[in-house]
Write a protein of this length. Structure first.
Length: 373
């Protein structure tokens, strides 16, 4: 009777009688084929081509030849590494690849349930110096100093900048809906990543006008006294919201009227007719005046500035007035688009203003040579 023990003894004896087969040594041709196709073919496909198992292929490149893994090959970066380099979410990098913006190679294996891709460093650099890519990441967050410098040089040579729909809206005194309408109708070119982005050079195209179907805004009747008041307020840096509350105008009409006066060349005539103590620069539309000359007409500006200068407590409206006076001085002395001007402009729209923040900005203005009080 055959027992389990007898079967085990028989199997052991047969194994001892049969000599162990050793794998054939690898030839130079096989090693060269492995080197050329690692990362392009799967280990199983490479093994099938040269008559080896997938395990043998893996052990050969990893243990014997000490080749880098396909995800760590020189001259390549994975999506995760690119995300770390640019300080963005890895899903954003995968979207750039999926949309064809960033060329990538699909690796012949997966990382969990996801496909694995790698990007040539050369292709990544070409992608990062394109202006359209600069709305996808913040160049100041790039971790590699060499690549960061490469992008900075490309941005300096570009001589343009990306504007949001809100910035184009303010520039032309129209509505966000109208800007979006022009984009979708092909009247205004832009680049979409989340929101739409428009080049400043495109937004400032001569003759570009954002007119609604009824074209109602240009037909509104305005008094010259109202125009003079708007110019005085903007020369002090008063925000559109502040001027709207003072004039009881409908929202956005303040920006529209100021833009209209600039486009039509009306500002010097209004300043001259009413003898306004205002400086005007036609090249960029900047307005500035000494706040002390307008204390009677703008008492909140006076109270805010006086309390700020002596360190007294201010309410939210007075803080905004001080911020506006600072902003007007920076625009007049340094122009638009610089970091200091953007900080003063954006803080007025987004979050509450702290007195300490105003003091910090005042010190920065002094370092930049902006005398404002």
């Amino acid at each position: 009777m055959t027992t389990v023990a007898s079967l085990v003894d028989w199997a052991i004896g047969a194994a001892e009688m049969e000599p162990r087969r050793r794998p054939l040594p690898w030839s130079e041709e096989e090693d060269e084929f492995l080197r050329e196709n690692l990362g392009f073919l799967s280990e199983a496909d490479i093994g099938q081509e040269i008559g080896r198992s997938a395990v043998a292929v893996h052990l050969r490149w990893d243990r014997d030849l000490n080749l880098p893994a396909p995800t760590k090959a020189p001259g390549y970066l994975t999506a995760n590494k690119i995300a770390e380099l640019l300080q963005v979410d890895v899903h954003s990098v995968c979207k750039w690849i999926a949309r064809g913006w960033l060329p990538a190679q699909m690796l012949p294996f997966k990382t969990g349930p996801n496909d694995c891709r790698r990007v040539k460093v050369h292709d990544l650099k070409r992608f990062l110096v394109k202006p359209e890519s600069w709305v996808l990441f913040k160049s100041e967050r790039i971790q590699d100093p060499q690549i960061k410098r490469l992008v900075a040089l490309a941005q300096e040579r570009w001589g343009d900048e990306w504007l949001s729909i809100g910035e184009v809206e303010v520039m032309h005194g129209c509505t966000e809906g109208l800007v979006n309408k022009y984009i979708h109708e092909g009247k205004l070119s832009g680049f979409q990543w989340g929101n739409w982005w428009i080049r400043r050079s495109v937004a400032e195209t001569p003759g570009l006008r954002f007119l609604s179907r009824s074209d109602r805004l240009p037909k509104i009747e305005w008094s010259e006294e109202g125009d003079a008041f708007l110019l005085e307020g903007r020369s002090l840096g008063l925000s559109s919201g502040a001027l709207t509350s003072m004039t009881k105008m409908r929202p956005r009409l303040v920006d529209h009227r100021l833009s209209f006066m600039e486009r039509e060349g009306m500002i010097p005539d209004v300043i001259g007719k009413f003898g306004l103590e205002i400086e005007y620069r036609a090249t960029d539309g900047a307005l500035w005046s000494d706040w002390r000359e307008h204390c009677e007409r703008f008492p909140t500006v006076r109270s805010g500035m006086e309390r700020f200068l002596v360190g007294e407590r201010m309410d939210a409206v007075e803080k905004d007035m001080v911020r506006g006076v600072m902003w007007a001085a920076v625009v007049w002395r340094l122009g638009r688009g610089n970091q200091l001007e953007r900080r003063l402009r954006s803080r007025g729209r987004s979050s509450p203003i702290r007195v300490g923040w105003l003091w910090d900005l005042e010190e920065e203005m002094e370092r930049c040579g902006v005398m404002w009080v």
